[in-house]
Design a protein around this ligand. Structure first.
Ligand code: NAP
Length: 331
């Protein structure tokens, strides 16, 4: 039987998730919830979803819903995911999975207590190009990666009300786009940095709009990373090791091309996807739920924990503090 999904919220990424869904395997879109019944109804009609709810609680109370995809702003993730897990729903939650590592640890406890599958929606990990890069690194290359360089900069004009700039909505470039280079370095090295150096510039709304970071990993491995939401950068990633270079370019977080260079030989891997690429993470979640696993072997809890702890450390270095109520944990 198909896994029956509920979508929690109706914003930008929830729309892309719904549009991608029919390209995934093993599940069906069963319901959507919004804080507004009208928005939920309109979203359901647009995407052919049979049930719509005017509150998140109603979605979670529906016994027919097996799994919930959470696409609210980051400060809401903890509360929304906790509500779902307490009701025994499997959860796929947008990145960053929470505002900090403590919140993430609490959610994994809840997932364990309630026997639920729980995964951060790091869609990049499941895109065909990333799967190939992972294979190069872990099966085909002699010697491990030693250096990662990655940037993710977008240009958005300052808008104090936008999710990207409003501290109440978890604004700032680090947690939004900076998540990806940090995740890439940790995923590549399969490790957590020993030390973190970072510098940032802040908007007048009090969130970072430009961060440069150097992460030093055990064994002398290193990552130079940057992110921005008021500087458009190429969004490239390079991974270097003994005798090899991998380039993921352009748009390394959703690539359709990567190359591996060894000496004078370059092999290029192309893999397109339509329409947005979110179907691969959904297929992975369906597969693991069916296998009664609580976490994906390709994106285990320890990986999200490593990333959240590292983001916490970078925030500490640059002084990126959110109001206490934005990060509070309700038990
Ligand atoms: N994986 C990716 O490629 C990707 C891309 C973009 C964003 N994201 C992540 O997805 C999350 C949502 O981003 P988005 O760009 O989709 O945001 P968005 O367009 O602003 O949508 C967020 C939705 O959350 C709901 N919501 C609940 N509480 C809210 C509040 N206090 N203020 C505003 N909205 C609230 C709203 O839906 P209702 O009104 O229907 O309840 C809103 O439409 C973020 O955590 C972001 O990091 C991931």
């Amino acid at each position: 039987m198909n896994i029956r999904w509920g979508i929690l919220s109706t914003g930008n990424i929830a729309t892309k998730f719904a549009e991608s869904f029919r390209h995934s395997e093993g599940g069906e879109l069963y319901a959507v919830a919004s804080r507004s019944p009208e928005k939920a109804g309109a979203f359901a009609r647009t995407h052919g979803i049979p049930h719509s709810y005017g509150s998140y609680q109603e979605l979670v109370d529906d016994q027919q819903v097996d799994a919930v995809y959470i696409a609210t702003p980051h400060p809401q993730h903890y509360e929304n995911a906790a509500m779902c897990l307490r009701q025994g729903k499997h959860v796929l939650c947008e990145k960053p999975v929470t505002m900090n590592a403590d919140q993430f640890d609490k959610l994994t406890e809840l997932a364990q207590q309630n026997g639920c599958f729980f995964m951060e929606a790091v869609w990049s990990r499941f895109l065909p190009v990333f799967c190939r890069v992972h294979q190069w690194l872990n099966r085909e290359l002699n010697g491990e990666a030693e250096y990662v360089r990655a940037d993710f900069g977008i240009y958005k004009p300052l808008d104090p009300d936008s999710r990207l700039f409003n501290p109440e909505l978890g604004g700032g470039s680090l947690l939004d786009v900076g998540f990806y280079p940090v995740w890439l370095a940790i995923h590549t090295f399969d490790d957590e940095p020993e030390s973190v150096y970072a510098e940032a510039r802040f908007t007048e709304t009090g969130v970072d709009h430009f961060v440069t970071m150097t992460l030093n990993f055990p064994g002398g491995r290193k990552a130079d990373l940057m992110c921005a939401n008021q500087l458009g950068t190429p969004t490239r990633a390079e991974i270097y090791g003994n005798g090899f270079r991998i380039e993921i370019d352009p748009q390394f977080h959703c690539p359709n091309r990567a190359s591996l260079t060894q000496g004078n030989d370059t092999s290029v891997f192309h893999a397109g996807f339509a329409p947005h690429g979110y179907q691969f993470e959904t297929t992975e979640a369906n597969r693991r739920i069916r296998e009664s696993l609580q976490e994906s072997p390709h994106l285990p809890w320890h990986r999200s924990g490593q990333v959240m702890r590292t983001l916490d450390r970078i925030r500490k270095v640059i002084g990126l503090l959110y109001p206490e109520h934005v990060e509070s944990i309700e038990n």
